[in-house]
Design a protein around this ligand. Structure first.
Ligand SMILES: *Cc1c(COP(=O)(O)O)cnc(C)c1O
Length: 394
């Protein structure tokens, strides 16, 4: 077989991640590779840490990107904080809570789940009841932005509750960071992880994490070694820690870190308030168009994520065919349903650089024409005006 250089098609990414990567970030990725202990590189690493502290709104010294995707950030939190026999309460209202439970068990912990329906936010009263019953629980784990359903939970309130019952907290902010407020210090989150390819609009493959002193105290006082050598923070910090004595742990993904540096710089230039505001306003415009067409949201208004819009697929419509036509005819990717919602919903992402007026226009126009062409029961000719009105245009 003759194999040539791979040249990917240019797509518009409006799924659950990866999101569109801005040209500045791609250009940064292609700069010359240097050594992972080169003083110039170490200076850049310090800047990445500072930019991440801004993104997470934290002063935590242990704030850095794990050299692997969001799932590895998740695993870093559980592998370091859960010791064999530890009881961990996992709030589960979608796919990612299920993965947290799996992580707890693989670390030798005992998982107790608090389940909420898919599409709903985590119920704090249910968590409180569980914490009253399981007084020996040591950690509460929760997903801020459930990407499988588009629901957002009140992390500040849930963390307060966990602390009142003497538990540490692990928060999944993979889809929330950069798209909706995440305030690590103000909300007193103990351990948090995110991903590079969602609202940060960086290339996939890096997972920013942050641990406060309370969480580090638990890591330092472990009776057993962290079972993962690669993710053991005690070892990783020899490379990412403070000071000039940095030692080889693993070869950092040098160029990927250039791109994260650039993506975080773009976020700081816009400002978190600006980014949160843009995500929210664009969500309102997309929502106006989708609802005018007759598509229904899965999540109730109060708990909806601006960056992940889950809508139910109209009766009789072939899910895979619609997505494949959007891709072939419009170079547009939207997300399929995941887990219990597979085949029932579409997940339309407005994450990071994908959260732009031209993307909303393309998505509304392409969906209307494909669905209309397939004879779906939708209202035609009203989505664009509704979207324009929501954007304050006539
Ligand atoms: C995407 C996602 C993950 C996993 O991130 P990967 O980079 O795909 O490993 C974890 N949690 C949530 C909420 C996500 O949306």
């Amino acid at each position: 077989m003759l194999i040539r250089s791979f040249n990917p098609p240019v797509r518009t990414l409006m799924g659950p991640g990866p999101s569109d990567v801005p040209p500045r970030v791609l250009e940064a990725l292609s700069r010359p590779t240097i050594g992972h202990l080169d003083p110039a590189f170490i200076t850049m690493m310090d800047e990445v840490k500072e930019l991440l502290q801004y993104a997470f709104q934290t002063g935590n010294a242990l704030t850095m990107p794990v050299s692997a995707p969001g799932s590895a950030g998740m695993e870093t939190c559980f592998a370091n904080l859960v010791e064999p026999g530890d009881k961990v309460v996992v709030c589960q209202n979608g796919v990612f809570g299920g993965r947290m439970k799996e992580n707890v068990e693989r670390c030798g912990g005992v998982a107790v789940t608090v389940e909420d329906s898919w599409g709903e936010a985590i119920n704090s009263a249910k968590l409180e009841e569980t914490l009253k019953v399981h007084k020996d629980a040591k950690i509460v784990a929760m997903v801020h932005a459930e990407t499988s359903t588009g629901a957002q939970s009140d992390i500040a309130k849930l963390v307060k509750l966990a602390h009142a019952h003497g538990c540490l907290t692990i928060v999944d902010a993979v889809t929330s960071l950069g798209g909706t407020p995440v305030k690590v210090d103000e909300w007193e989150i103990d351990a948090i992880y995110s991903g590079s390819q969602k609202c940060l609009s960086c290339t996939p493959g890096l997972s920013p994490v942050s641990f406060n002193e309370r969480a580090l105290e638990k890591v330092r006082s472990r009776k057993s070694k962290v079972q993962s050598w690669f993710l053991d923070l005690n070892l990783v910090m020899g490379y990412w820690g403070e000071g000039a004595k940095r030692a080889y742990h693993h070869t950092a993904p040098i160029n990927a870190l250039y791109s994260l540096h650039e993506a975080l710089l773009i976020l700081r230039e816009e400002g978190l308030d600006g980014a949160w505001d843009r995500h929210f306003k664009n969500h309102l415009a997309l929502r106006a168009g989708l609802e005018a067409m007759g598509l229904l949201f899965v999540v109730n208004k109060a708990d909806r994520l601006p960056q992940l819009n889950a809508v139910t697929i109209p009766e009789g419509v072939d899910d895979a065919k619609v997505r494949s036509r959007l891709l072939k005819e419009y170079n547009l990717e939207i997300g399929a349903g995941l887990g219990a919602l597979a085949g029932k919903v579409w997940r339309i992402g407005l994450m990071g650089h994908s959260s732009r007026a031209e993307n909303i226009l393309l998505c509304i126009g392409a969906l209307e024409s494909v669905l209309g062409d397939m004879g779906a029961n939708i209202k035609r000719g009203v989505a664009l005006p509704a979207m324009q009105k929501a954007m304050g245009k006539r």
